[in-house]
Design a binder for this molecule. Structure first.
Ligand code: F6R
Length: 604
């Protein structure tokens, strides 16, 4: 979602640094970009719809000796995708970049009736309020403080003002913002400093204000808490820059690279299991009657796969949709153990659920980003965090982070079985889990014939048991990567309604491993064929030996490795990812950055 970069620099390559910073944030997803520079004499800004490259190509940089600059990638929430709505937003005096959403914009607009509006964004209210307070004689700091006190919602803001050309102000509430030091150069502010050229950094706390000033070619920084007290110090943490991610290697895109990284990612998780890293969590699971997963999108489906595995071995397991839980009336028993699953650790819906329960429930945060907002919240409350160790995922479409979440879920299960059942059962599961990386390498060699999908009007993924959430995940991947409408269904539900969709144009993708209940899903497949629907049957040799229609013109059989439930979770998930990828390739979509989507979803 939106990305912020802001720089205070002694050097004159500030625009290049800002644009490079934006490029590093592209993975978050966005639809427009913009930049503004401020010098003693001039406030300059340029924006455009589309990519950072567009902005770079269009850039008409004036000659100016700017020490401060701000830049932004916008993912539209309030106000369409237009240049006028792109950030930085400005009234010619105040200039602002913003992540988050100001929910009381309409009310606040009434406070400044004379303001001239340039955009349909909520951000512009911040611009007008700050200008309003400055015009009344307040300092830049006071104007910022008084403005943020009025805001309802979430924000990360970096602000410049023409009357104060030697100051830059940053502040935040909920949306992350970090201040980095660039040795001998100045400061670098970003929504994500993990790829920024900084030596050390601090994270701003909610409602803190950071003020960077320039004097005699030196910069100084001050931090103020929400009560306006200057903080005597902040602890600067050494930056561990992520460098691997920016290269696609030999792959056509990040999505394919990340799909192919999965055998190694799972292998790494197996090694963590062997190191005994999950013992603590399995202790927490013992004696629980209720386990709950919170997660959105693919993370929710990972939780659903967890439900099928945990209900077999542990206890009643629920999966809660955070955006429904947060403002609904859903219950969560006092004695529950809650796993918050979030690749990014930033998804606001999941973060809100975490905030609601963190004081009163047992919680474990499972994420891929050690410095994420959810991780920090867990640390503050002394709650455990599990790093899924997938390595940074740059494609908006989650693949390796999804299977890494599954790997953590399976690892916790194996440790639980060791603790509560028997060493031999745990070892059996461990051995089966250990076979997964090799199985995935085989799946990754496969090429699917996707023609039927390219021509179809209705695509249904069908699964039973653990394959039902995989069907949901397959449909999600196809929507995201290939922009095709697909739904995932429990196969047994077909006859209760969806069967009405079946005709010559429809394709069902049946996920049907042979080890369990194959004959049941086979019946669902026969029902589809009988109505002239086409079927792509993902099964194995055990399944195939039981299938009566393998010679039908309406069936394409895809033979995956023989596997049991712990393995199915990975093998079938990777198969549907690869299928979606290959369809997307045939349709020529922007696979790494699908339209309308963002990697880090920081609005509710
Ligand atoms: C799907 C996808 C999304 C995310 C969802 C939650 O490919 O990427 O559905 O899974 O937005 O994101 P995290 O896991 O970061 O909370």
């Amino acid at each position: 979602m939106c990305g912020i970069v802001a720089i205070a620099s002694k050097q004159n390559d500030i625009a290049d640094l800002l644009l490079d910073g934006l490029t590093n944030l592209e993975y978050r997803g966005y639809d427009s970009a913009g930049i503004a520079l401020l010098s003693e004499q001039q406030l300059w800004r340029q924006r455009c719809i589309g990519s950072v490259k567009n902005l770079r190509d269009k850039l008409q940089l004036p000659k100016m000796n700017a020490h401060f600059g701000i830049a932004h990638t916008r993912w539209a929430v309030r106000g369409g995708i237009t240049e006028a709505n792109a950030h930085p937003q400005s009234d010619g005096k105040t200039v602002v970049v913003h992540n988050g959403i100001i929910e009381n914009t309409n009310d606040l607009m009434k406070c400044i009736p004379d303001a001239i509006w340039e955009s349909q964004t909520d951000t512009e209210i911040v611009v007008h309020l700050i200008s309003h307070f400055v015009n009344k004689g307040q300092s830049f700091y006071e104007a910022t403080r008084n403005t943020i006190k009025m805001l309802v919602g979430t924000f990360a803001l970096v602000i410049l003002h023409k009357n104060f050309p030697n100051v830059m102000i940053a502040t935040r509430k909920v949306n992350p913002l970090s201040i980095g030091k660039m040795h001998n150069i100045g400061f670098f502010i970003s929504s994500d400093v993990s790829m920024a050229p900084v030596d050390s950094f601090v994270d701003l706390a909610d409602n803190e204000i950071c003020m960077i000033s320039h004097c005699d070619n030196e910069f100084s920084v001050k931090f103020f808490d929400s009560e306006d007290k200057e903080l005597p110090y902040k602890i600067w943490r050494k930056a561990n820059k992520i460098t691997t991610s920016s290269s696609k290697g030999d792959f056509a895109d990040f999505t394919l690279k990340e799909i192919n990284e999965q055998p190694n990612v799972i292998q790494k998780c197996i090694e963590t299991l062997d190191n005994g890293d999950y013992k603590h969590v399995s202790e927490m699971m013992k004696n629980k009657d209720f386990i709950n997963f919170f997660g959105c999108g693919s993370s929710r489906y990972a939780g659903l796969i967890g439900k099928y595995l945990y209900e077999k071995f542990i206890c009643f397991t629920n999966v809660t949709i955070p955006s429904e839980f947060n403002y609904g009336y859903m219950r969560n028993p006092n004695e529950s153990l809650n796993f918050c699953l979030s690749q990014s650790g930033e998804t606001l819906d999941t973060l809100r659920s975490l905030e609601f329960i963190i004081d009163s429930r047992d919680v474990v945060v499972i994420t891929n980003v050690a410095n994420s907002t959810m991780s920090k919240l867990a640390i503050e409350h002394s709650k455990p965090i599990i790093d899924i160790c997938a390595g940074q995922e740059l494609s908006v479409v989650s693949t390796k982070a999804f299977t890494a979440q599954l790997a953590v879920i399976v690892s916790m299960l194996i440790e639980f079985v060791r603790l509560s059942y028997s060493e031999s059962e745990a070892e059996y599961l461990r051995d089966k889990f250990g076979e997964v990386p090799k199985m995935l390498k085989n799946v990754l060699q496969m090429n699917f014939d996707v023609q039927w999908l390219l021509e179809s009007s209705t695509i249904l993924f069908l699964g039973r048991g653990i394959c039902y959430p995989i069907a949901l995940e397959g449909a999600l991947k196809l929507k995201e990567a290939a922009y095709l409408h697909a739904e995932g269904l429990p196969a047994g539900e077909m006859k209760h309604g969806p069967l009405a969709l079946i005709d010559e144009q429809s394709v069902c993708i049946a996920l049907a491993p042979g080890y369990d209940n194959f004959e049941k899903i086979a019946s669902n497949v026969y029902e589809v064929i009988a109505r002239k629907g086409k079927v792509m049957l993902f099964t194995d040799e055990v399944g195939l030996s039981q299938f009566a229609e393998s010679n039908s013109d309406l069936v394409k059989v895809i033979t995956l490795p023989n596997c049991m439930d712990v393995q199915v979770a990975f093998v079938y998930s990777v198969a549907v990812q690869l299928l979606a990828y290959q369809v997307a390739k045939s349709r020529g979509t922007n696979i790494d950055r699908p339209r309308n989507l963002a990697k880090s979803v920081t609005v509710e």
